[in-house]
Each structure stands twice: as C-alpha cells, then as structure tokens.
Design a protein around this ligand. Structure first.
Ligand SMILES: *Cc1c(COP(=O)(O)O)cnc(C)c1O
Length: 228
C-alpha cells in the first residue's frame, strides 16, 4: 500500500511540474512519518524514499537508530530550545525556526557537536492564531539576524498553509511565500540562500508545486490516516 501511495504521489508531482513547466527532480518529496512505526518507514525506504519528516524530537531519536543511515531526517515540528541538543547531529534540515533565540541555540549546539546546521525560517503566512511561525513582516529581519550566527545557514522558507477542502484556496498563500523568498533573495544577504521552499501537504501539494515549492511534506497521502 505504501509503495503504491508513493508511486501515486510521485505521479502527481510529475503532473504538477508539467503544468508549471518545472522539472520533477527539483521537487523533493518528504515522507511525513510522524506517529507511524519504524516498519512503515522501512516500507517507504524500500519504495525509494530517503527524506523523512518528523515533528517530535522523541520520535526522531527512537526511529533514527532503527533505520538506514542514508536517510535525511527533516524536523518539521515546533522545536523547543532545550531539545535541540538531541537532534542537532541527526537531522539534515530544520524547517521550523521562528525565533532568534531558537536559532542561537541551534548555532551553539551545532558548534558543540561540530556540525553545520541548515535551517528554514517558518512563516505563518495566513496569520493563524493556532500556528507557529514568524509573520511575513518579521521574516526578513529574522533571516538577517540568523545570517550573522556561526554554524547555521538559512536555506529558505517553510509554511504550513491553512487546512482547507479546496486546495485552490491556498494558492495565494503559496504565492506570497514565493514572493517573500524573492524579496529576501534580492537582498543578497551573506550566508543566506532561498533555494528551498517547503510548502504543500497531502491536501494541497500539487498547487504548492505549481507555485514554486521545492519540498513537499506528505504524510496521510503516503502512510494513511494518523490515529490521534
Ligand atoms: C503532519 C504534517 C505534515 C503532513 O500532513 P498530511 O496532511 O498528513 O500530509 C506536513 N507538514 C507538517 C509540518 C506536519 O506537521
């Protein structure tokens, strides 16, 4: 089932790329495996998935030793500063940086473990009360501050769009993130690229790709519904 689901998602990614005149290789599919057991991740791995997204530090720590070492782990959930030390040398990208204090802790822990941390700045583009993320207005200043820290680099932006039944309703938000990334890029800030746009989930990843997503985070569409 997982294998078929991944094939279907990949097919949809190709379609969206075709619509947008983009190359499928330029879009990374992240299999969002939160709440799912290691056995299911192994199935996805066997179907070719190498990028896995988790939203809890504890789950990354549990699953990390059970799975092959060529997996790229993505921290996509809210990250508490006191837990950075547990995952800093395990994850290849932290998508959810929304404060300078968190970035400072990441920088400091990266120094301690002698690694370089790649991060995205999370933007709460629809200004939803329930969501983490910096505002569009604050994003530029935050990127500028983080760019001055050692052992950490901003690689782009991430957003969690509102939960909607019609994915078209999120198109404007994806477009706004893309525009914001262009604005930031044009500032030519040292140590900052805007090469990654992490946006789009099961319900709206095709629209996100049409609007420029380079990473899509798909959970339900690969592993099925989560038991909460
Ligand atoms: C759970 C989650 C996803 C995946 O959501 P689905 O709708 O199941 O695809 C993507 N991004 C983040 C940040 C998540 O927490």
């Amino acid at each position: 089932m997982i294998k078929e689901n991944i094939a279907q998602v990949r097919e949809n990614i190709k379609k969206a790329c075709k619509t947008a005149g983009r190359k499928p290789e330029d879009v990374t599919l992240i299999s969002v495996s939160k709440t799912k057991p290691a056995a299911m991740l192994k199935e996805a791995y066997e179907a070719g998935s190498r990028d896995f997204g988790e939203n809890k530090v504890q789950e990354i720590m549990d699953k990390y030793p059970q799975l092959p070492t060529d997996i790229r782990w993505h921290m996509i959930g809210h990250l508490q500063r006191n837990k950075v030390k547990y995952i800093i040398d395990k994850v290849s990208l932290i998508h959810s940086v929304d404060s300078l204090r968190l970035a400072e802790e990441i920088s400091s822990q990266a120094n301690k473990k002698q690694v370089h941390a790649n991060i995205l700045v999370e933007v709460n583009i629809a200004q939803e009360e329930s969501k983490f993320g910096t505002s569009r207005e604050e994003a530029v200043a935050l990127v500028e501050c983080i760019s001055k820290l050692p052992h950490i680099s901003v690689k782009g932006l991430m957003t969690i769009a509102p939960f909607v039944t019609n994915p078209e309703d999120n198109r404007r938000y994806f477009r706004q993130i893309r525009e914001l990334s262009v604005d930031i890029m044009e500032k030519n800030i040292d140590n900052v690229t805007m090469s990654i746009l992490s946006m789009g989930m099961t319900g709206d990843y095709m629209v996100a790709i049409e609007e420029g997503a380079t990473m899509v985070r798909v959970g339900t569409g690969i592993f099925g519904e989560r038991n909460t």
